[in-house]
Design a protein around this ligand. Structure first.
Ligand code: SF4
Length: 317
């Protein structure tokens, strides 16, 4: 059984290589798997606690203590990122944690990955204004498509989500990137795309990032959008780009004694390829492969084939 204690920290993980943010230390504010949505493409499995109630799900002081312990060592990072097992803005202490990072560790940029569902509350917007980058999802505008892809809490409606993003844009002066997760024939048809374009043009993000599945999601029927369709949609939407691997940082970690624990810590939140693991640890691809295959033999890790290659998943229990 893999427990959080094996990775040393309970609420922070990585650093992991992120396609958009470089080398990123993850902060997980939510217990698995608490979210306001239950997206069919979620990499963290099915939502078991579907809620829109904001609360201090994990003691804010415990999270700050872990951050202090890690960041006091002065690690080389591109970002400290709120992401993980659920929607970070559900945590009522997110504002306090962002301000703590800004005052005590101003050298680190802060990113927030959010499903955008709670910005209809002005209080949520106020708490995230000090972030450097907010990557906010908008996958659908019409209710049937929103329900099919995002399977929201029953009180959530796409209109309120879009209004919340418009309000966020008015107040948030740093980088706002909208992310659209595309699923073939569900939100890639002309009708839904037109609605998405109109909504995005109202929100006016600094850029629009298009994503499609390239690692195992919650539902096995979810398939990737073909490259030619991604290209077509990229040209259609304003300021859109398809997410791709940029320059990746190598981990500065010279001591790989703990690489097994680091691998487990990373892949239990997000399935990874051998190349991902190689970047996370700053070790060679053959070394990462050897370690992953050892963990597969020990039945701590499983693997699955996807169009982008073999992905390794931690066996959570
Ligand atoms: S993808 Fe994000 S918003 Fe959707 S269910 Fe998973 S954690 Fe929640």
């Amino acid at each position: 059984m893999i427990t959080n204690k094996q990775s040393g920290y309970k609420y922070i993980f990585g650093p992991v290589p992120s396609r958009r943010l470089g080398l990123s230390l993850g902060i997980d504010l939510m217990p698995a798997k608490t979210c306001s949505l239950n997206c069919v493409y979620c990499e963290c499995g099915k939502t078991t606690h579907l809620t829109i109630t904001r609360d201090e799900y994990i003691p804010t002081e415990d999270i700050k203590r872990e951050l202090k312990d890690y960041l006091n060592k002065g690690p080389r990072l591109d970002f400290v990122t709120f992401s993980g097992f659920g929607e970070p803005t559900l945590h009522s202490g997110i504002g306090e944690i962002i301000l703590f990072l800004k005052s005590d560790y101003p050298q680190y940029r802060i990113a927030l990955l959010t499903n955008s569902t709670l910005f209809y509350q002005d209080k949520t917007i106020k708490q995230v204004l000090a972030a450097d980058v907010i990557i906010a999802s908008l996958d659908a505008v019409s209710s049937p498509v929103f329900n099919k892809i995002n399977r929201p809490h029953p009180d959530l409606k796409p209109d309120a989500l879009i209004r919340g993003l418009v309000e966020l844009r008015k107040e948030f002066k740093n980088q706002l990137w909208a992310e659209v997760f595309l699923l073939p024939d569900i939100n890639t048809n002309d009708s839904e795309l037109k609605k998405i374009k109109i909504a995005l043009d109202r929100i006016m993000p600094d850029k629009v990032q298009l994503n499609t599945i390239d690692r195992p999601g919650t539902e096995s029927w979810v398939k990737a959008v073909e490259k030619k369709d991604m290209t077509r949609i990229e040209s259609y939407l304003t300021k859109a780009e398809t997410i791709s691997y940029g320059k990746q940082e190598q981990s500065d970690n010279k001591n790989i004694q703990n690489y097994t624990l680091q691998i487990i810590s990373a892949i239990k939140r997000r399935p990874c390829t051998v190349e991902d693991v190689s970047r996370i640890l700053g070790i060679t691809v053959p070394k990462a492969q050897e370690c992953l295959e050892t963990l597969v033999c020990q039945k701590k890790v499983s693997k699955t084939k996807m169009p982008r290659g073999i992905f390794y998943l931690a066996k959570l229990s």
